[in-house]
Design a protein around this ligand. Structure first.
Ligand code: DGL
Length: 253
């Protein structure tokens, strides 16, 4: 089975990495980062829908069996894209996070005690207001500075800004939704001991397994047992430095 992942650029690599860490050679992988048009967070819904259509066409040409939409901002608009023309299913981060809030014990506690939940995400994601479906008391913060810094390769500046955004949360916030796949790469040990991060990068493989085993719509095709990693990465704009950063984020170097 060939899995296709996409994002505006580097962020979706956090989702891809979680699959590589868990399944490595069990599947084939194709990753598409639309770096020429990043960030997606400041684009209109109409623009994002047209980008997704283009990307699904690429996925179709690459003959992927299942797409994992590794971009929160565009995932939230997926129900406005007609997927009937494609042979593949799409799993989106929106449904992964919603599944967490519908089915996890932690989320039930958050809801029952009306505990505040921080949401750090792009402006585009926050505008879609999908977090209102979670049934918990959400404090959203739009982190507009982070993706442009990361896409320009300035990880250190992004980490400082990420910490600044976390500090904007009320002091009683313990749970924080990592609402953009880029941000997973910014979390440090100290923050991990202070907050409980609800990060799709930690939820995606379990949801994927639940889907392929229980959802009759997705036909599960185990790839032949391979020894070598079968991974293709493509960016709509890329130089050597950018590609090296991508490899570094995947922990290949
Ligand atoms: N990484 C994407 C997300 O999860 C897109 C961020 C952006 O390009 O602004 O929302």
């Amino acid at each position: 089975m060939k899995l296709g992942f996409y994002d505006s650029g580097l962020g979706g690599l956090s989702i891809l990495k979680s699959f590589l860490d868990k399944y490595r050679t069990q599947y084939e992988y194709f990753y598409y980062g639309d770096s020429a048009r990043a960030p997606y967070g400041d684009k209109t819904p109409e623009e994002l829908i047209s980008y997704m259509k283009e990307i699904f066409q690429i996925m179709h040409e690459k003959e992927v069996d299942l797409v994992i939409s590794a971009c929160n901002t565009s995932s939230a608009l997926l129900d406005q894209v007609d997927l009937e023309d494609y042979f593949f299913q799409v799993i989106s981060l929106t449904e992964i996070v919603r599944d967490y809030f519908e089915n996890s014990v932690e989320a039930a506690v958050l809801s029952d005690f009306n505990l505040p939940v921080g949401l750090l995400a792009t402006q585009g994601s926050i505008n879609t207001a999908r977090y209102k479906e979670w049934g918990v008391n959400v404090q959203p913060i739009a982190c507009t500075k982070l993706v442009p810094l990361m896409e320009a390769g300035d990880m250190e500046a992004a980490k400082i800004e990420w910490q600044n955004y976390l500090q904007m949360l009320d002091t009683n916030v313990e749970y924080v939704v990592v609402g953009c796949t880029h941000y997973s790469f910014l979390i440090d040990e100290k923050q991990l001991s202070k907050y409980k991060f609800i990060d799709p990068a930690n939820l995606a493989t379990a949801y994927f397994e639940k889907s392929i085993y229980s959802d009759s719509l997705i036909s599960y095709k185990q790839s032949k047992d391979k020894k070598k990693l079968d991974l293709e990465i493509e960016f709509s704009k890329c130089d050597d430095e950018y590609f090296k950063l991508a490899e570094h984020l995947l922990s290949f170097v």
